[in-house]
Design a protein around this ligand. Structure first.
Ligand code: MG
Length: 367
């Protein structure tokens, strides 16, 4: 099988709640998502998606994703999309770094491989653990009272894992964590995600201020080194996210006991191939994971579900259903949340069929 062409689409994804706010006063109102379509000489078409959390979250931005895909795609014409190792090597040779650019292309090739062998990706990733897996719900940054009020609303939708967007001033964040924790029921999970928003001394103050609260602390500071200092001074379980952008950092974090859980985002590490490599290593090392992406619609939610559902449940800390946050449906067949849980498709590949009327015309075509 050979790749004969790549189409790139741009889709806007507005939010049901109007906006999504996190540390440093950052927010997004309409997500700018990029969808790729890979065509083959076998008549099989593969789909992928990448959607950065705005331009100021990671070193990634939506227009950069499209520019980078346009740079790499000509190098993939004529290659066999079912040979994922060779595809990834070709992408790394065509463009150094820029992992998020490669994610949608890698995802589309997995979609093709699954269709070619008539298997859902979850099977190719090792198999399906149980019927469903649990999701977390992000609570957009707001006053402590309004954030606490959202816990009941999201629990009514079935969620029992809550990720509190913190990372602003110390006193407000301590108040947010206490206010939300007061709403928890036995078995609920609370994460305070600072998204790099605290300096080291601020993080130390927050950690001390919540030392008696049942809360996980996620990515308090910008650098790995600052996070490590906080980790070594807190009694709370600890999650690293933004700094975990490749396998080497996972190995370093493991050897230095820098975290209990990592947040594994597909596009942050360069696609499903590399995310699966990190997932398998973490399972072998005993590191639990939140498996998700930076954002996205139906295609990314489908891809997340295949990776999350093929992860042993004791190591799957949580996952995300981004397609329930946005008002636009990109594709039919994507998994839909039920009682706070999700399941990977049983159909071949990603198991989705894009809605052409939503995608519109490609913004770029490579042949
Ligand atoms: Mg995070």
């Amino acid at each position: 099988m050979k790749i004969t062409g790549v189409n790139i689409y741009r889709v806007e994804l507005p939010l049901h709640e109007g906006s999504y706010k996190w540390s440093g006063g950052r927010s997004v109102e309409v997500f700018d998502s990029t969808v790729v379509e890979i065509k083959t000489d076998a008549g099989i078409t593969g789909w992928g998606e990448v959607c950065p959390l705005g331009p100021a979250y990671l070193p990634a931005y939506a227009a950069g994703a499209r520019t980078g895909i346009a740079e790499i795609a000509p190098q993939l014409i004529g290659l066999d999309p079912t040979q994922l190792g060779l595809i990834n090597r070709a992408m790394d040779q065509a463009l150094r770094g820029h992992p998020y650019v490669k994610s949608a292309l890698d995802m589309a090739c997995w979609d093709i491989l699954g269709q070619a062998c008539n298997q859902p990706i979850v099977n190719l990733f090792g198999g399906r653990y149980g019927e469903t897996f649990a999701l977390y719900r992000a609570i957009s940054q707001d006053t402590p009272e309004r954030m606490a009020a959202n816990v009941g609303k999201y629990r009514a939708e079935g969620y029992t894992k809550f990720q509190l967007k913190s990372g602003s001033d110390v006193e407000t964040d301590i108040a947010r964590i206490h206010a939300v924790a007061a709403e928890l029921l036995p078995g609920d999970v609370l994460v305070a995600d600072a998204n790099c928003g605290w300096t080291q001394h601020e993080a130390m103050c927050v950690a001390a201020g919540v030392r008696d609260v049942n809360v996980y602390i996620e990515q308090p500071c910008l650098s790995y080194e600052e996070c490590l200092v906080v980790r070594r001074h807190t009694n709370r379980p600890f999650i690293l996210d933004e700094v975990i952008d490749d396998l080497k950092t996972v190995v370093r974090g493991y050897s230095e006991q820098a975290m209990d859980v990592i947040n594994l985002k597909i596009s942050k590490v360069g696609g499903l191939t590399k995310a699966r490599q990190i997932r398998d290593l973490c399972v072998s090392l005993g590191i639990a994971m939140t498996i998700e992406d930076t954002w996205g619609g139906d295609i990314i939610t489908a891809a997340i579900a295949h990776l999350a559902h093929s992860t042993p449940p004791e190591y799957l800390f949580s996952s995300t259903d981004f397609n329930s946050y946005v008002t636009v449906s990109l594709a039919e067949g994507a998994p839909q949340r039920q009682h706070g849980r999700l399941a990977a498709s049983t159909r071949p590949g990603l198991g989705i069929a894009p809605r052409r009327e939503v995608l519109g015309e490609p913004v770029l075509t490579v042949r």
